[in-house]
Design a protein around this ligand. Structure first.
Ligand code: EPZ
Length: 418
């Protein structure tokens, strides 16, 4: 398994570009099942998870091709409605194929995704939404078996905002009979991006980005073209890479508005951040303060930037209390940061970070999940000596060419093929 060697002590300066959003392109790819024809997506990041999604579509009988960040998906019905365990177990987001299959083909057999490192990740809210629309749902031998004569519009109130649940129900409702109302919907930018593509295909979705989404069912949708929004989590990660080394880094091709909660917290901590058009710049900073962060659904501070921000707080001149409210086990990176000599006290969902600038010492550490791997690379940028991050395949799931982008900014990072 590949490792990443990070040699600390090099300030990052310069300009880098964000790639397309992983968490937008995945539901977009699965929405293609709703309409025959050739779907064309631009600004698609070259990620392991994107390849997994393409292989799932191919297993259903679709054709896909990827070149120069453009993904083409040709759908001519499906040869099966089964999303196998072998594929779903590799990528939980595969559960998003359920809504499109059920809505258009009236049946679906999708493996339960199973848990992952950051939590049990249940799909009960997804299934309750489908049941509310009239689907018969059974779970048998690790598979969700769903069927319906035709989904019916329904009023669905999520007990807590769920990104995937909102996306699955929104896609399913586009071809249902009648109107569906989703209340307490998730408001992430990726949901707006998906709604925009569904409407381009001829769906009638209103309110995406707010907590109430209204979808009026239509008879048929048609394939069309779309450009994926920038990845706000990658952009935030690159900004923090510049910030933690005290350098000046500009991230272009991003959406500053989607980074508001991170920008506010970095400013509160003492960083000067400027934005213009599609770029955000963090300016050189000699020292910053500890600030408290609580993760929560958008537009609050994103859970997907929690680990990266924690690395930044290890270099503050004070104390930071980070509270993780979205996932029950998203502090695996804490023990690895402690191996680098960080002073962090983890509790169940709260971690207290006592900042100590310049005190991190390079060491071998292990990535446990996608964002934890990014956090450890960031910490390695400022640790003395070498930090060797193992299981770096986690990073490749959600970051396109991270080491190339960091090296171009002046980082000393190298991938060791093992
Ligand atoms: C999406 O996951 C993202 N993944 C995650 O990004 C992100 O962390 C998460 O949203 C929160 O923003 C993709 O978009 C592919 P949820 P999702 O449903 O949809 C509970 C990354 O690093 N829940 O909003 O799975 C769930 O356990 C990944 O890029 C239920 O209880 O997140 C969690 O505690 C990690 N029942 C909370 O809700 C359900 O049926 C939020 O989950 C569904 C969710």
């Amino acid at each position: 398994m590949d490792k990443m060697v990070v040699r600390g002590g090099h300030q990052l300066n310069g300009v880098t570009a964000a790639s397309g959003a992983k968490n937008s392109v995945l539901p977009l790819l699965f929405s293609t099942i709703l309409a025959d024809g050739e779907h064309v997506f631009h600004n698609v990041p070259d990620l392991v998870d994107v390849r997994f999604a393409a292989s799932l579509l191919e297993s259903l009988g679709c054709e896909t091709s990827y070149k120069d960040h453009t993904m083409r998906v040709t759908v001519k019905g499906v040869k099966t409605v089964e999303a196998s365990y072998d594929i779903v177990r590799k990528m939980r987001a595969s559960i998003l194929i359920l809504g499109p299959l059920l809505s258009r083909f009236k049946e679906a057999k999708v493996s339960l995704p199973g848990g992952c490192a950051i939590g049990t990740r249940p799909i009960d809210l997804h299934l309750e939404g489908m049941k509310a629309m009239g689907a018969e749902i059974n779970v048998d031998s690790g598979y969700v078996l769903a069927n319906t004569k035709r989904l019916q519009g329904a009023k669905i109130l999520f007990e807590s905002p769920t990104v995937g649940g909102t996306e699955n129900v929104m896609m399913a409702a586009t071809l249902a009979e009648g109107e569906t109302l989703i209340e307490n919907a998730a408001k992430e930018p990726e949901i707006v991006d998906l709604a925009n593509y569904l409407n381009k295909m001829g769906a009638k979705v209103e309110g995406a980005g707010t907590s109430i989404i209204r979808i009026r069912g239509v008879e048929k949708l048609k394939a069309t073209e779309h450009t994926v929004i920038p990845d706000r989590i990658e952009a935030g990660t690159l900004l923090i890479a510049g910030a933690i080394t005290g350098g000046e880094v500009t991230v272009t091709k991003c959406a500053p508005a989607d980074l508001e909660s991170l920008i506010n917290k970095m400013r509160e901590s003492g960083f000067k951040i400027s934005t213009s058009g599609d770029s955000v710049t963090v300016h050189r900073c000699k020292g910053w303060h500890g600030v408290d962060v609580t993760t929560a659904p958008h537009p609050a501070f994103p859970t997907d930037l929690q680990a990266q921000f924690m690395a930044l707080m290890t270099q503050s001149d004070g104390t930071s209390v980070i509270t993780e409210t979205v996932f029950e086990n998203r502090f695996m990176h804490v023990q690895e940061l402690v191996r680098l000599n960080a002073d962090i006290t983890p509790k169940t969902r709260v971690a207290v970070i006592r900042g100590a600038p310049g005190k991190l010492q390079g060491a071998p550490v292990m990535a446990t999940d996608l964002r934890a791997s990014a956090c450890l690379v960031l910490a390695g940028l400022v640790a003395s000596g070498e930090t060797v991050v193992s299981r770096i395949y986690h990073l490749d799931r959600g970051y396109e060419n991270m080491e190339a982008k960091l090296m171009a900014l002046g980082a000393q990072v190298e991938r060791l093929k093992e």
